[in-house]
Design a protein around this ligand. Structure first.
Ligand SMILES: [Zn+2]
Length: 161
């Protein structure tokens, strides 16, 4: 049974490690992990009223896998992105590994986001604004980078009650 305590919290060394690529023959064995991650997004959203995606490293599975769960469960294998322009915007970013802390970061406004789906087909999404921000955040997780490391300056932290 998935429970919120499965999610690693800020300070856990595994959150700062780089994840390894998923191989096509691992997709099937990752199904239970995908299900667990999808449930955790729902549980988190129930409790905190936010949360759309989670990276596998946030539950200690060091694979390049992100699960998006907004209106349906979408596993994203080996995701990456390219900015469409150099335009950036500032945003208060949140993270399931530190629910009470917001961090102000700069992200690209518009990206081309690429991943493999369950059928190992290469998919390409054009994303802007908050969805672009979300996927930049998740790709960072797979490289062992948290938004705390992208804080614009020492005033870029805000605690929630
Ligand atoms: Zn996060």
């Amino acid at each position: 049974m998935a429970q919120l305590s499965d999610i690693l919290l800020l300070g856990d060394a595994r959150l700062y490690e780089r994840c390894s690529p998923v191989e096509v023959n691992e997709v099937l064995e990752l199904e239970p992990v995908i299900e667990q991650m999808a449930t955790l997004v729902l549980l988190f959203r129930e409790k905190y009223g936010k949360g759309r995606a989670i990276a596998a490293s946030q539950i200690g599975v060091m694979k390049r896998l992100v699960v998006l769960n907004i209106d349906r469960v979408v596993p994203l294998f080996n995701p990456s992105f390219e900015p469409n322009s150099s335009e950036m915007f500032e945003i208060w970013d949140d993270c399931m590994s530190f629910p009470q802390l917001l961090v102000k970061v700069k992200r690209f406004r518009s990206i081309t986001f690429t991943f493999r789906d369950r059928d190992w087909k290469e998919c390409r999404w054009l994303l802007e604004d908050d969805m672009a921000e979300l996927m930049q955040h998740e790709c960072d997780h797979l490289d062992g980078i948290l938004s705390t490391q992208r804080a614009i300056n020492s005033l870029s932290f805000k605690m929630l009650r």
